[in-house]
Design a protein around this ligand. Structure first.
Ligand SMILES: NC(=O)C1=CN([C@@H]2O[C@H](COP(=O)(O)OP(=O)(O)OC[C@H]3O[C@@H](n4cnc5c(N)ncnc54)[C@H](OP(=O)(O)O)[C@@H]3O)[C@@H](O)[C@H]2O)C=CC1
Ligand SMILES: CC1=C(/C=C/C(C)=C/C=C/C(C)=C/C=O)C(C)(C)CCC1
Length: 316
């Protein structure tokens, strides 16, 4: 049987975290099904990826510069591809933002949307004409559970991921007519440099414009609880990358994939009560009322969602 040519996969934001791991896993695919174009905005950061790529470097993985916020950089990168052709686009580049809204400037909020929303949209616009012409392609977006359910003090980040979800829900239907698939991957907390970068920003901020009570809720209640969530529920970037590789490898890829079964019940609350009171109330209680019991709540959640409860129950 004739071997099919490897599929070209371009990934944004490969200098660290999930992007770096996805690039390496795809490049090391035992069936050599993929050729990876691993991109990053600053090539001075390529050492980590080069080391992780090992002997796949310049064979099944090549590194290119791409800043999703720059029209020029996107055009230059896409134009350099043979036939400007791409089989899979993975929109991974993203930035977080956390803190009381009163203390965040509109310019800082816009920067989050520039990367997380307009950056991904710019990439999609750049590859769509060729994909439509060939009637073939797959667009993957690393969204978040925060694209489905907001989390206190993450208002703007969540909004940027919600925006992406709405955009993709609309686009996916039209693109099916052209045999192009859209997939949203929605990880919960992942232990990458993402949290550390946020904490560095928090450490620098004096929260101008926010009242003392709000700063107290953020620093003394939210931040420790959030850290606890990363510790108890956080996935590795390798696990998330593996989930994305599975989605890419499917002949008919799913539109949505949540990667963290422990987090799914926290998202499901909004579908269980359409008034929204169940999710708002539960998040309020978890954060402000059962603060002391937070650890216990998380252990309970971990317990009810673990694999032994998922096993099929057989009648006695
Ligand atoms: N970590 C988490 O808990 C979760 C993360 N996500 C999402 O996963 C994705 C990857 O994040 P993660 O790996 O965790 O975080 P990292 O901070 O490790 O990686 C983010 C990557 O995005 C890149 N990036 C930022 N801005 C741009 C830009 N303008 N152009 C190109 N690349 C850019 C960064 O490059 P540079 O090094 O130059 O800054 C970096 O390579 C993001 O979209 C994030 O929102 C989703 C759910 C949970
Ligand atoms: C669930 C939950 C919390 C925190 C959730 C966090 C911190 C999720 C982080 C998700 C990330 C980092 C997604 C990235 O895209 C709180 C507010 C502590 C208490 C209420 C319940």
């Amino acid at each position: 049987m004739a071997k099919t040519a490897p599929r070209t996969v371009l990934i944004t934001g490969c200098s660290s975290g999930i992007g770096l791991r996805m690039a390496v896993q795809l490049a090391q695919d035992p069936g050599k099904r993929f050729h990876v174009i691993a991109t990053m905005r600053d090539l001075r950061k390529k050492d980590k990826l080069e080391a992780a790529a090992g002997d796949t470097l310049n064979k099944t993985l090549t590194i290119q510069r791409l800043d999703v916020c720059s029209e020029e950089s996107v055009t230059e990168c896409i134009s350099s591809l043979p036939g400007k052709q791409l089989d899979v686009l993975v929109n991974n580049a993203g930035v977080g933002l956390v803190g009381p809204v009163e203390s965040i400037s509109i310019d800082d909020m816009k920067r989050v949307f520039e990367t997380n929303f307009f950056g991904a949209v710019r990439m999609i616009k750049a590859v769509l004409p060729e994909m439509k012409q060939r009637q073939k392609g797959h667009i993957v977006v690393i969204s978040s559970v925060m694209g489905l359910q907001g989390v206190p003090f993450n208002d703007v980040y969540a909004a940027s991921k919600f925006a992406m979800e709405g955009f993709c829900e609309s686009l996916a239907v039209q693109l099916l007519k052209f045999n192009i698939f859209v997939s949203l991957v929605e990880p919960g907390p992942v232990n990458t440099e993402f949290e550390m970068k946020l904490m560095e920003e928090v450490a620098r901020s004096e929260f101008p414009g926010a009242d003392a009570a709000t700063v107290h809720y953020f620093k003394d209640i939210y931040l420790p609880a959030s850290h606890e969530i990363f510790t108890t529920m956080g996935q590795t970037p390798e696990a998330v990358a593996k989930a994305v590789v599975n989605v890419i490898a499917k002949e008919r890829p799913p539109f949505r994939t949540q990667t963290n079964a422990l987090y799914t019940p926290l998202v499901a609350l909004k579908y269980a009560d359409t008034s929204g009171n169940l999710s708002v109330g539960t998040y309020y209680n978890l954060l402000f009322r059962f603060t002391g019991l937070f650890h216990l709540s998380m252990s309970f959640l971990k317990c009810i969602t673990c694999s032994c409860f998922r096993r099929r129950v057989t009648p006695a």
